[in-house]
Design a protein. Structure first.
Length: 141
């Protein structure tokens, strides 16, 4: 009973201390959080000191693994954002290349076709573009 009261006061003291800091559990160190969690569970399950220490160690290990995981995820997110930017640049380069090739083709067609034929070709191209934009995937005539 005496042990239980001591644990209760310790847990109460830690929680009061955490609340005084303003952010509660966010300001607690990993060790403090592990201790608090182990104490809380020890009270709920009536654990002995050995079990409580093992539980604290388990919580510390888990918190460290979680911290490492968050750091790894942050690095991966940064890498993904970098790759996203690279892909955006590559798409822009490919679009510019297609536009340049299209302009070159127009220039060559103007040399081959008469003015009337070229104008008719441009109208057909515009119809095709509008057909693609309609969303059904079919080219309308």
């Amino acid at each position: 009973m005496k042990k239980m009261i001591t644990v209760l006061f310790l847990a109460l003291g830690l929680s009061t201390f955490a609340q005084e800091r303003g952010e509660g559990r966010k300001d607690l160190s990993s060790e403090e959080m592990a201790t608090l969690s182990a104490k809380r569970l020890a009270m709920q399950l009536d654990l002995n000191e050995d079990q409580e220490m093992k539980l604290k160690t388990l919580y510390m290990t888990r918190m460290e693994n979680m911290k490492e995981g968050r750091e790894e995820n942050a690095e991966k997110r940064a890498e993904m954002m970098e790759k996203r930017e690279e892909m955006k640049e590559k798409r822009e380069e490919m679009r510019e290349k297609r536009e340049n090739e299209s302009e070159e083709m127009k220039t060559e067609l103007q040399k081959i076709l008469t003015a009337e034929q070229f104008q008719k070709w441009e109208q057909l191209q515009e119809k095709r573009r509008k057909g693609r934009r309609s969303g059904n995937g079919r080219i309308r005539n």
